[in-house]
Design a protein around this ligand. Structure first.
Ligand SMILES: [Zn+2]
Length: 488
């Protein structure tokens, strides 16, 4: 007897428990992929598995639905492995220990992988159901969604003939996601015009730190008005170069991830000793100014300058021209919300974040993350970053490009889902869009005219050991999908 036996819908939870019995963290999906193939074999459902481990299964139309357009059902097989500090489980080799309490399923000491194992289980249950009334189903199980959507990127989408898709990778019951952002990373490098020099005799060296910001996710939290430490320190340093002609940059570093709003940043500078007293009060004044400006969003913000040595101490600095060139570029690189959606209230449409900056003997390096639900705006904003970098004498390259999923004004699939949801619950669903990437974007990019909605059951704390899945919401969601298929 499994831990989940007795829960309804029985088939869904039976498959979910099987999925949880094998390790399936991102990058470690060979076993889950072959397990899903085995289960498809057992139910006699035709399928293909690609070299990455992605699977597409084909269920023919049920009687009466011959000639209906196919429907794609999609979820990802990999999960984020997170565990409590004291937990000794090796998630790369062991399955999960499921528990049921208080109307939720959890995994002891670890994340549950309800994101997105429950989607895989639900789709398997639908495929195995001989009484299902439905158009032909093309079921897509991807790998490695959680590490850059690598599975969906590698998938041969030409195997799919459906142009309507239900993605089951959402985590809030009654919330239907209908658009997501595309994104691209732009890496820039600006070489030095002249080699670094030793700081002049009689110069003091300072470490200027800007820290205490809240940071956050560069997609979901870009509209909170929070400061970016790289941008704010660049602003302070720009004014400092105007005031103190002797100021030379030696280092400028901040940020570890392109998709995180930078919360702290540092510059090391050299300065004529006679300017130091004034410089220190300039920094104190900047600190007060920023504290006032960011009182409500980043109350912990601080700027500090600490003299790290009285003398140059063998430290090398950039020339005056390079110093100004770098600081100017960091000032003009775009950060924050560029456009809000006119279709979905409160949705950020286009944004950018400078996430990382560093200097070395060769010059300045930075990485920006651009997002937009409009492919053309993503392109335009990446172009602005490239142009600014070129103007500073640098060059750029792009990586991690993925397409956005644009909001469709007309979506017959969304209409049916909304109608069925309302009939079942008496409530209107919440229609929303997110300013972050989803696999739906890759499908929408490849399958022209795709009509797609992303839905899911009630989940909390995904990607953490606190993850829990609401049992009853799974039954309601399963029923919603089943009834929707009947009406397509
Ligand atoms: Zn997911």
């Amino acid at each position: 007897m499994g831990v989940l036996s007795g829960l309804e819908p029985a088939k869904v939870f039976e498959y979910f428990e099987k999925i949880c019995s094998v390790p399936h963290g991102s990058g470690n999906t060979a076993r889950i992929s072959s397990l899903v193939c085995e289960m498809l074999n057992d139910m006699g459902v035709k399928h293909v598995q690609d070299a990455s481990g992605n699977i597409i299964a084909f269920k023919p139309a049920s009687s009466g639905y011959e000639g209906h357009e196919p429907v794609i059902l999609q979820g990802h097989m990999d999960m984020v492995c997170a565990k409590d500090e004291g937990c000794t489980k090796d998630m790369s080799t062991e399955g999960l220990d499921l528990t049921v309490s208080d109307r939720y399923i959890r995994a002891k000491g670890t994340s549950l992988g309800g994101d997105d194992g429950i989607a895989v289980a639900m789709i398997l249950a639908l495929l195995s159901d001989d009484s299902l009334m439905s158009p032909p189903i093309e079921a897509v199980f991807t790998v490695d969604e959680e590490i850059g959507m690598d599975g969906a990127r590698a998938l041969d989408m030409s195997l799919l003939s459906g142009r309507r898709m239900i993605n089951l990778d959402s985590e809030e019951e009654g919330v239907f996601t209908v658009s997501c952002a595309g994104g691209v990373r732009v890496d820039g490098a600006v070489p030095v015009l002249s080699p670094l020099d030793e700081a002049d005799d009689g110069n003091a060296i300072y470490r200027v730190s800007l820290f205490g910001l809240k940071g956050g996710h560069s997609g979901c939290e870009i509209d909170k008005g929070r400061g970016n430490a790289i941008k704010l320190l660049a602003r302070v340093m720009y004014w400092a170069t105007k005031k103190y002609g002797s100021l030379r940059l030696s280092e400028f570093t901040g940020g570890k991830f392109d998709n995180v709003i930078c919360d702290s940043c540092e510059a090391v500078i050299s300065l004529k000793t006679e300017d130091t007293a004034d410089f220190e009060s300039f920094i104190a004044h900047s600190d007060q100014t920023l504290k006032r400006e960011f009182e409500s969003t980043d109350p912990g913000i601080k700027v500090k300058a600490r003299k790290i040595c009285e003398e140059k101490n063998g430290r090398t600095v950039f020339s005056a021209a390079d110093t100004l060139n770098f600081v100017r570029l960091l000032c003009v690189l775009p950060f924050g919300v560029r456009a809000m959606s006119r279709d979905v209230e409160g949705l950020v449409q286009t944004s950018s974040n400078i996430g990382m900056v560093a200097t070395d003997g060769e010059g300045l390096h930075f990485t920006c993350s651009v997002r937009s639900s409009y492919e053309s705006q993503k392109e335009a904003l990446a172009g602005i970053i490239e142009a600014a970098c070129e103007q500073a004498g640098g060059h750029t390259s792009r990586r991690g490009d993925y397409p956005g999923w644009e909001f469709l004004k007309e979506s017959p699939l969304r209409d049916v889902l909304c109608k069925v949801y309302k009939e079942k619950t008496g409530k209107e669903p919440v229609i929303t869009a997110i300013h972050a990437g989803l696999e739906c974007g890759l499908f929408a990019g490849a399958l022209k005219g795709l009509d797609c909605v992303s839905i899911g059951p009630e989940m909390h704390g995904i990607h953490s050991p606190e993850e829990r899945l609401g049992i009853e919401s799974v039954g309601r969601l399963y029923d919603l999908v089943r009834t929707t298929l009947k009406n397509l």
